[in-house]
Design a protein around this ligand. Structure first.
Ligand code: NI
Length: 256
């Protein structure tokens, strides 16, 4: 029985105002038994791996975030491949993708680095976590064209129900976070009600996107049950069912 939660996307390395020890303790006390840290760029690989070394139930993904694409260099691919091959705590590639919300002056480079990292995930036979901000079509097109067999998790899913259905049809998983608890997040609530439970995962994206009623505070994994409860309410099911299935999905995809 998976009566516990997994935070599949949590930048606990970026939380500055809460001690790591406290974050892990709070998570445990609230039933979050496993945490996955995505990385943003090469400079985060070492600190993220260090946290994974220290805590048995913390895992990580390696990757370069789209807005950091300019930091990619000719050694980055080898670094990711070597670290991933030599460290059992590296369980995916992420977070990778496209971001057209911030700086759009290097979109072609973002695409290029995204594709390179999908190929790395394929080579390693690892799943990858996708950041897609205002780039739904290009993100979808690149994944369907270049991915050769890796499981795909669209993190902080922000598309419509129609787009969610397209993604489900392709076999992608979607992760929902704190946004689903926001009053005005009509689209996200629709997605949370519509998609099959066996395609859903939970995430906080800490330290960002703190769920209601803690908006304004630093986000941390301990808030996952609030997200699960909102999804359960929307679907008219018990929160245990959300916990059980989302945990099962994460354990299957990330082999943890
Ligand atoms: Ni993130």
């Amino acid at each position: 029985m998976q009566n516990y939660f997994i935070d599949t996307h949590s930048h606990i390395d970026m939380i500055e105002d809460i001690e790591l020890e406290t974050i892990i303790k709070n998570a445990n006390e609230n039933g979050i038994k496993k945490i996955i840290i995505p990385s943003a760029d090469e400079s985060s690989f070492e600190p993220v791996l260090k946290i994974c070394e220290k805590y048995e139930n913390v895992f990580c993904m390696l990757g370069v975030f789209p807005q950091e694409a300019q930091k990619w260099n000719e050694k980055t691919a080898d670094t990711i491949l070597t670290l991933a091959k030599n460290n059992r705590k590296v369980i995916g590639i992420g977070e990778i993708g496209l971001d057209y919300y911030w700086d759009t002056s290097f979109v072609e480079l973002q695409k290029d680095i995204f594709i390179k990292q999908i190929e790395i995930a394929n080579e390693l036979n690892l799943p990858f976590a996708v950041h897609d901000r205002e780039a739904h079509k290009d993100t979808f097109d690149i994944i369907t064209r270049y991915n050769k067999g890796s499981d795909v998790l669209l993190h902080c899913f922000s598309g419509s129900v129609e787009f969610a259905r397209e993604c489900i049809k392709e076999g992608f998983y979607l992760a929902l976070g704190g946004v689903v608890t926001f009053k005005n997040a009509k689209k996200m609530k629709e997605v949370a009600m519509d998609i099959p439970l066996d395609r859903l995962m939970l995430e906080t994206d800490a330290p960002y996107l703190t769920p209601v009623p803690h908006r304004g505070k630093t986000n941390e994994p301990k808030y996952i049950p609030l997200i699960a409860q909102e999804i359960a309410n929307l679907r008219g099911i018990e929160v245990e069912e959300v916990a059980k299935q989302t945990t099962l999905n994460a354990e299957k995809v990330f082999k943890i």
